[in-house]
Ligand binder design. Structure first.
Ligand code: UN1
Length: 507
């Protein structure tokens, strides 16, 4: 386990950090077990309430300074973070893979996603543009400017233990905000490794202590952030249930939320699809990351003319998936995060059968050599009705549902008729079909792709979705605006004070 040493992970790790400085973590210890082999990797102290106060005070003080550093200089620090991540890509990717269970390719991919957002944020640090407007009054000038907002609270999920934090933190940093990050209690070590990497860069650049903080712990610690009036923005990634709790708490104090919650993503496979392409997109989308992406393909809506043929090809492809140690690059599918996730997988399969589902690839929990952790499951496929309750629900596991359609309008209606609205795709070579899918009467999701699966979005676009996905947008495009406050400025450089709307007020 060379990579643990390289990243500074010890057998017991302090629980909270304000940069290079660590607080012991006086709360109960979190044990991080690898789903790969069930081994205890290390323990971490969770943050006590008084330590939380120290972190928040340090972050607030850091903000006073950091907001005054010119944005391009903040970008220069983020550029160096990108460089540091390049240097640690191999080790950090391995830790992500070992702690979370995704394949090594995907672990490295996740770190690459961090590097990409750093590059994006560096450019952005010179492009935090506001508009100028023409005033209706003579000798007046109007414009808007974007100011730093304050402390950004980041609550992240286990499935992308490092990338989703970086989408938020790197944008927040160039915007002049400071961050307090509560990572998933299932993947605290990946967060500790990130903190160590950035702390080195911060120390070198004399970034104020508190600009990026970590607090470890469970739901309670996340709730402290949600309730805290000193945190103007809480960006939370996770289940819809978690998002509803955080959203209500933050809204009650009129704070701002950026929510990226559950998905129930479908690919429509038209009779005009390139089926080779559709096969790769579907199998990677459904079985990749063992079905634990918020963008995972959960439903395939297949045209009746190609249904049987495509189903056969899917079954064959699933037969070729190798499941096992994700650090062994020959394997396609690693374990689920823990036994609780395995239980949810089993329950969803049982519910699907009870509701009338017919499995064409059976699911099962794997046992025996290499599967001792009890977290490895077989990706499975069921033919279902679109309205089955289990099909309407996001289960974070590799269960793929097949639904047949005959008209495109029907397929789009099925695709939209779920509570979630994150990602969607159509496989077709027919331009008219593709454009109908992307039109206002098409997909209702935040992401809609053509001839690409539902997962694996690039960082350059705004990432997020509608309905129960929470409505937030992270990462690229103009998502940075969520991390700043907008100020409209009107300047009168004349010698009179005319009122807007022509109102007269003579004294
Ligand atoms: C998530 O699962 O929370 O689009 C994020 C993707 C990745 C990000 C997924 N770039 O699949």
């Amino acid at each position: 386990m060379e990579f643990l040493k390289e990243l500074g992970i010890q057998s017991h790790n302090a629980g909270a950090a304000t940069g290079a400085d660590w607080l012991p973590g006086k709360g109960t210890h979190i044990r991080s077990y690898s789903p790969v082999n069930g081994a205890l990797i290390a323990t971490v102290g969770s943050t006590g309430r008084d330590e939380y106060e120290t972190v928040l005070r340090t972050a607030a003080a850091a903000f006073e300074q950091w907001r005054l550093v010119p944005a391009p200089q903040r970008g220069e620090v983020v550029r160096q973070i990108g460089e540091a991540l390049r240097g640690k890509k191999d080790a950090l990717g391995r830790l992500v893979s070992f702690e979370m269970g995704k394949s090594l390719q995907e672990g490295w991919g996740e770190v690459q996603e961090m590097i990409d957002i750093c590059d994006f944020a560096v450019g952005l640090s010179r492009q935090l543009y506001g508009l100028t407007m023409h005033s209706e009054r003579p000798q007046h000038r109007m414009y808007e400017q974007w100011h730093p907002l304050g402390i950004t609270g980041i609550i992240s999920a286990f499935n992308f233990p490092v990338a989703v934090w970086s989408w938020n933190a790197m944008l927040a940093l160039v915007c002049g905000d400071v961050c307090v990050w509560k990572p998933s209690e299932k993947t605290p070590l990946s967060a500790i490794a990130c903190q160590r990497i950035i702390a080195e860069v911060f120390t070198r650049n004399q970034v104020p202590e508190g600009a990026c903080c970590v607090i470890n712990g469970g739901r309670e610690v996340g709730q402290w952030l949600a309730e805290d009036g000193r945190v103007p923005l809480v960006s939370a990634t996770g289940s819809t249930a978690m998002g509803k709790a955080v959203g209500v708490t933050v809204a009650a104090r009129l704070g701002r939320c950026l929510l990226e919650l559950g998905g129930n993503n479908a690919i429509i496979i038209s009779q005009h699809a390139d089926l080779d392409m559709a096969l790769i997109g579907s199998v990677f989308g459904a079985a990749g990351t063992a079905g634990q992406r918020c963008t995972t393909t959960r439903r395939l809506i297949i045209h009746e003319a190609v249904y049987d043929n495509f189903k056969e090809r899917l079954v064959k492809a699933y037969g070729q998936l190798s499941i096992g140690d994700p650090l062994d690059e020959r394997n396609h599918v690693g374990p689920l995060i823990d036994k609780a996730a395995v239980k949810m997988y089993e329950e969803a399969i049982a519910a699907c059968k009870e509701q009338g589902g017919h499995f064409v690839v059976e699911g099962s929990v794997l046992a025996g050599a290499g599967y001792e952790s009890g977290c490895y499951v077989r990706p499975c496929i069921a033919e279902v009705g679109a309205d089955y309750p289990v099909v309407q629900t996001e289960t974070f596991a590799p269960i793929l549902y097949l639904i047949k359609y005959s008209r495109l309008e029907e397929a789009i209606a099925i695709q939209n008729n779920v509570p979630q609205g994150l990602s969607s795709a159509i496989m077709t070579t027919d331009l008219r079909e593709a454009e109908r899918f992307l039109s206002a009467a098409g997909s209702d999701c935040g992401i809609a792709n053509v001839n690409i699966g539902t997962s694996g979005a690039e960082i350059g676009g705004a990432f997020g979705g509608e309905k129960e996905t929470g409505g937030g947008r992270e990462s690229g495009s103009d998502a940075w605006k969520a991390y700043m406050r907008r100020q409209t400025n009107t300047i009168n450089y004349g010698t009179r004070l005319p009122l807007a709307q022509g109102i007269r007020f003579d004294i």
